[in-house]
Structure formats: structure tokens, C-alpha cells
Design a protein around this ligand. Sequence first.
Ligand SMILES: Cc1cc2nc3c(=O)[nH]c(=O)nc-3n(C[C@H](O)[C@H](O)[C@H](O)COP(=O)(O)OP(=O)(O)OC[C@H]3O[C@@H](n4cnc5c(N)ncnc54)[C@H](O)[C@@H]3O)c2cc1C
Ligand SMILES: *[C@@H]1O[C@H](CO)[C@@H](O)[C@H](O)[C@H]1NC(C)=O
Ligand SMILES: *[C@@H]1O[C@H](CO)[C@@H](O)[C@H](O)[C@H]1NC(C)=O
Ligand SMILES: *[C@@H]1O[C@H](CO)[C@@H](O)[C@H](O)[C@H]1NC(C)=O
Ligand SMILES: *[C@@H]1O[C@H](CO)[C@@H](O)[C@H](O)[C@H]1NC(C)=O
Ligand SMILES: *[C@@H]1O[C@H](CO)[C@@H](O)[C@H](O)[C@H]1NC(C)=O
Ligand SMILES: *[C@@H]1O[C@H](CO)[C@@H](O)[C@H](O)[C@H]1NC(C)=O
Ligand SMILES: CC(=O)N[C@H]1CO[C@H](CO)[C@@H](O)[C@@H]1O
Length: 641
Amino acid sequence: MARFRCSLFMGASLLMLLVMPAIVVSTRVPRHATIVNRQTLNSNYTFIIAGGGIAGLTLADRLTEDPSVSVLVLEAGPFDQGQDGILIPGAYAPYLYFWPNLVTAPQTALNNRTIGTVCAKVVGGGSAINAMVFLRGDAGDYNDWGSLGNNGWSWKTLLPFFTKSENFTRPAAALAQAGNISWDESVRGHSGPVQYTYPPFFYKGSANWWNAALSIGLKPTKDPHAGKKHGIFWMPSVLNATTMTRNYARRNHYDRVIASRPNYHVLASSLVTKIIFNGQQAVGVNYIPATGGSASSVYASKEVILAAGALHTPQILQLSGIGPKKLLGRFSIPIVADLPGVGQNLQDQPTLTVPYSFAANIEPNSGTLFTNETYNAEQRALYDSARQGPYTIVRTLSTNIGVLSLSDATSTYKKIAAQARARKAADSLAADVDPTVLKGYKAQRELIVEQFENPDAGVGTIHWGTANDTLVYLLKPLSRGTVNIRSTDPLVDPVIDYRTGTDPIDFQVYISLLRKHRQLFAAQAMQVLGPTEVAPFGAQVDTDEEITTVLRDQIQPSNSHQCCTAAMMPRDLGGVVSSEQKVYGVKGLRVADISFWPFEITGAPTATMYASAERVSRPIFPCVLDFLAPPTAAAVRSNIE
Ligand SMILES: Cc1cc2nc3c(=O)[nH]c(=O)nc-3n(C[C@H](O)[C@H](O)[C@H](O)COP(=O)(O)OP(=O)(O)OC[C@H]3O[C@@H](n4cnc5c(N)ncnc54)[C@H](O)[C@@H]3O)c2cc1C
Ligand SMILES: *[C@@H]1O[C@H](CO)[C@@H](O)[C@H](O)[C@H]1NC(C)=O
Ligand SMILES: *[C@@H]1O[C@H](CO)[C@@H](O)[C@H](O)[C@H]1NC(C)=O
Ligand SMILES: *[C@@H]1O[C@H](CO)[C@@H](O)[C@H](O)[C@H]1NC(C)=O
Ligand SMILES: *[C@@H]1O[C@H](CO)[C@@H](O)[C@H](O)[C@H]1NC(C)=O
Ligand SMILES: *[C@@H]1O[C@H](CO)[C@@H](O)[C@H](O)[C@H]1NC(C)=O
Ligand SMILES: *[C@@H]1O[C@H](CO)[C@@H](O)[C@H](O)[C@H]1NC(C)=O
Ligand SMILES: CC(=O)N[C@H]1CO[C@H](CO)[C@@H](O)[C@@H]1O
């Protein structure tokens, strides 16, 4: 037993000895995991999970490893049909399962624009329709989460869950060599359910971008998964390396285990409308068909776990009487717990497209799939026969990316940090903000401003898909938004107000990122392609004022990375859940999805969502032997503290 892993059996038997009274599983439970309908589901489960996205399915999988436990996942969306647009990166069609018709409130710092916004509605959640970019955050992000009063949260303690969650397949050596792919084996997992690798192809223009980045002082990052990622690197992609198809939560935490999990039920196309309480104890949920209809109830003997994503978890909490007293009062909702933080602290990673025209771009590039039908057909055939070529890359993207710290972007980074410190935090939130929420925001703001001063902490992303469009993302906004119900009807969308750019420092950071991006395009290796920045940008958009004017009109508030609306922080900082994700003021209720993160990470959410959901399952069912001999102890030791 060189490498001891906490097995299913071990977990289960230890549990029965140490933790749990035996739970009688109904005889109606079939022998394999089951898609149930309203007639066939049981009336009682050990756990009920609201939302079958990344967090929901990861939890359901891990909890049902114990055969004495039964889990029901209620998911608002349907099962996907295995469409090309879901499975094949080059045929990417995320709109197949968008939550329909979501729009923002008018964005006051963005010319009052009302903007369509996207989250997933499908079994697997965001992992079924996202762009498959698989990046961890910086070590400092998780350490900062810990500093907000969350005991036990740090890079060091999360790393074993990253490696546990994933299975990295190495690229071919020749590709790694030719493409400049590098990684650090000691931080990569190889035995977990989430499959990821690199596309086995890159567009030639990627080398121009890479060399231009080097020439303006950006450095190759050995491994973006090692806790410090600013620099340039290849983006790992959540792909099955054999088939080059999407690997998503439905595959890796449901399909993978269905044959052995009679205790794992999924009820799709069903909307959780309310948590049922017995006093302060959550004992079940009400749900309706996602298209509307009469409500049914289902009961949980141990816990209700919310995993409905950052836009809907706060809606369920508020509808259930957990939230800001003032808001609930307006709708005459009886208060179960007055938690002013529910639905506050909304964040995302705003995006910006900067278009170019090229006098001499290299063909083929990612645009050629759109402009040359012969090429498109030829490359699709290559993918179908050999799993090679541009169809292994998510459509419109290329393979490499840059993450910038504020000091990478601008020499005036200390001045920006000083301006941020000089600003009154209260001026960035609504005038009637709850004092505890303000206190929590101040604490976050201080940590993020320290990141602005840290030459290693990433604050933005730049990407060139090799065709006409370039992307500049803001990773660490100081602005904070809200998600508040507008009706007691669970079918009515909440008011989604990102409040993007309401903290003016965000514009300063964005301008710095844009200027660095421009410097990259002005470098010789890009200039040989004859790029011209075009409207609504262009050479005439030059001063900070001119850039800000265009930004107000062009920034998209969301990259579908919504988070943090039921934040893990102490209650006197406006927190909603404890460091074990337990909702304050009640019993038997947790928030497991991205809503519990305190603030955005330097990276896209997926990798951290899988890892943090692995971790959430742990205090529920501690696997004692994992603590004594975690499978990745070596990796932990060899890594950054
Ligand atoms: C189009 C798109 C592109 C993205 N690209 C990337 C990317 O490239 N890389 C990356 O890392 N991240 C990306 N993301 C973000 C990432 O997918 C999400 O951050 C992640 O899925 C969040 O996980 P979660 O478990 O919190 O919620 P989700 O995965 O969103 O799951 C929540 C689930 O709850 C369900 N639900 C909501 N309300 C209810 C209710 N009342 N009752 C029952 N069920 C409910 C929803 O239907 C959904 O399936 C993208 C997201 C989208 C939508
Ligand atoms: C946006 O709307 C608010 C409230 O209606 C108004 O006060 C403000 O002037 C508007 N801003 C712009 C730029 O139009
Ligand atoms: C990891 O990936 C490899 C190669 O793609 C595959 O052969 C192996 O079965 C995977 N392991 C797990 C645990 O998924
Ligand atoms: C890889 O990096 C080298 C310089 O180190 C450069 O010459 C080459 O063009 C790069 N190729 C790609 C695909 O980035
Ligand atoms: C990759 O996908 C194929 C086809 O769906 C499947 O048989 C295989 O198990 C998958 N590999 C992994 C490691 O999940
Ligand atoms: C890119 O721009 C050129 C003109 O500069 C145009 O011909 C081409 O169609 C555009 N490509 C895409 C994919 O939109
Ligand atoms: C379109 O693609 C085909 C196949 O790769 C190629 O032979 C042809 O030259 C391309 N056409 C143009 C106009 O670039
Ligand atoms: C079949 C069954 O066990 N039903 C129980 C489910 O839980 C509710 C609430 O705790 C009980 O009232 C039922 O008897």
C-alpha cells in the first residue's frame, strides 16, 4: 500500500462506525443511478441538492460514495442530447443551454446599458456550455480567502483537492516543444475524474503573439496551476484526451458512476422554489416543473445543499426567508434568518473585445473556419477521423493567453493602489448598504489593493484568437453588485445588477491592461501582420478620458463568471456561510456553489469550482485516512506555502 487512497469502502465503513447512524435506504431505490421523474422519486433522501451544475454533481458523486447515503439532485435544466455544439470544441454552441432571457439592470457606470447576461440551465451547469478553459487561481487568492476569517482555507489546503479532482493528460512531446507548452508535474493530478489536456494543434499566428509578448517583457509561466501565473502560457482545456470531446460534470461526476450508484438520483427540468424549514432546521425543498406548475415537496434527513449558481442560490435563499430583512419585508416573506449579505457582493470578470483588421494576417487562423468553407469542411473531417486540427480548439479561441499583474501592465501601479486606498469604500456601495456588508467589502478591498501592489498577483487577461478580435478581461474588480428578488414568483428572474465600473478604480486598471495589450500589438512580431485597431477603438482613442468613454460603451459586465453572492466570511463581515459552507442562523443548510467564494480568483472558475466542491464534501463526510495520508502529500510538500 504505497499510495493509500481513501477508498469508498473505507469512507463508508469508517463513517458508519464513527459518524452516522445507519440510514435505511428505501427499497424503491434502483440498482444504478437514476434519472427520476416526479412519480418515481422517493419522498425522503439523506441529502437534497438544488442545482446540478459543477458543484451539485461533484457533491452528489462524492456523497453517494457512501452506499448508506441517498442523494437527490434537482436541476432546472434538461439533460443535453450530446450535440456537436456541446461535445466538439470547434463546433462550440454555448447558447444551446443558456438560461433564457436574463438581462441586467441598467448599468449606471456603463451609460445605463441593459445587457443580456448568461448562465447555464442544463445538467452539468456551466461545465456543459463553457469555453473549457481550465485554470486555477493564484495561491494568494486562496490565502486571501483564508485571511477573511475562513479557517483552513489556503492554497496549501486546497491543493490536494485540485489534484484529487483532475486527470491531466500530457501533450505529445513534439507539440510541447514546438508550441512552448510547459507544466510542473508535481502540482498536476492524474487519477481524478475531471479530464483535461491541451489541444494538439496551434495556429501559426500564436507564435507571433507569443514572441511579441516576450519582446515587451512578459515571461513564460512554467505552470499556471502552480499558484503563480502572471506571464504567458497555454490554456489547459477540459477535454477527454482520447476523443477530444468536452469533459463536463455530467460525464465526470454522473455518467462515470451511474452503474454503481443506486443511491444517486437526478430529477431534471425541475426548479427548486423554496427551502422547507422546521423551525430553524432545513428539512426539505419545494420544487415545480421548470416550465411552471404545481409544487411538490421532498425531504432531506440530513442536509439541503444549495448549488444553483451565483444568480439563483441567493434567489432561493431570499424566497425561503433567508436574506436582508428590508428586502424580505418588502415582499412580506417571513424571516427565517436575517442575513444582510445574501445577494450582495456580486462579482464577475468583465470583458472587452478590441477589434483589429490585418493587412497580412497568417492563414489559416481561427477566423478561417468562418470565412473559408472548404477549409472548415476539411478540418471538420480531420477532427472526425483523427481528432486533430483546429476543431480541437474551442471556436474563436487560440491556445495561448497572458495574465498580467498590475505592475506587468503599468509602471504607475503603486499610484493606482494609492488612489484605491484613498477612496472611501462606502462610496463604492449603495448608500443604504448594511454596515456588516460594508465591513466585509472593506476587508476584501484591502486584500485586493494589496494584490495590485504585488508584482506576482494577476489582475487581468489578454488573448488573441489569431483572427480579428482580441480580448481584454478584468479579473479583480473592486465594484460590487447585487442579486435581489423582484417577485415572490420563483419563475420571475431576480434583479441582476452587476454595478460594473461603479468603483472608478476599475477603469484605471482596465485602461492599464488595454495599454499593455496595445504595446503587444505594436511590437515587431505582431506588426509584421499589419494590424490596425478599428472602431469603436483606434488610434484616435488615446487619452484616459477617450478610452474611458469607449469602455463605458463597450465593457460587457459578465464573462459568465458570476460569483460570491452568499459569501464565506464571518457574519459580522456580512458573510452568509461559515468556512464549512454552513448558512448562518439555520441548521442543515449549506451553499456549495460559486456563490460561497468571497471574491474572484486570478483565473476562470471551473478548476476551483471542482476542487472547492471536492472540499465541501469533506467536512460533511470526513475521510479520516485522507487527513493522515493525503494522496498528494508529496505535491503539497514540494509546493508553495
Ligand atoms: C457560456 C459560459 C462560458 C464559460 N466559460 C468558462 C471557461 O471557459 N472556463 C471556466 O473556468 N469557467 C467558465 N464559465 C464559468 C463556469 O462554468 C461557472 O463559473 C461554473 O459552472 C459555476 O459552477 P456552479 O456549480 O457554481 O454553478 P453552475 O455550474 O452554473 O450550476 C448551477 C446549476 O443550477 C441550476 N439551477 C439554478 N437555479 C435552480 C433552481 N432554482 N432549482 C434547480 N436548479 C437550479 C442551473 O440550471 C445550473 O445547471 C463559463 C460559463 C458559461 C455559462
Ligand atoms: C443613468 O440613469 C440615471 C437614473 O435614471 C441618471 O441619473 C443618469 O444620469 C443616467 N446616466 C447616463 C449616463 O445616462
Ligand atoms: C486519465 O487519462 C488517461 C489518458 O487520457 C486515461 O487513460 C486514464 O484512464 C485516465 N484516468 C482516469 C482516472 O480517469
Ligand atoms: C516558442 O518560443 C520561442 C522562443 O522561446 C519562439 O521562437 C517560438 O516562435 C515560439 N513558438 C510558439 C508557437 O509560441
Ligand atoms: C473518453 O471518452 C470515451 C468516449 O465517451 C470514454 O469511453 C472514455 O472512458 C473517456 N475517457 C476518460 C478518461 O474519461
Ligand atoms: C476579418 O476582417 C476581414 C477584413 O479586415 C474580413 O474580410 C474577415 O471576414 C474578418 N474575419 C472574420 C472571421 O470576421
Ligand atoms: C480555403 O481553404 C482551402 C483548403 O485548405 C485552401 O486550399 C484555399 O486556398 C483556401 N482559400 C482561400 C481563399 O484562402
Ligand atoms: C417515507 C418517509 O420516510 N417519509 C418521511 C419523510 O420525512 C418527513 C419529514 O421528516 C416525514 O414526515 C415522513 O414520514
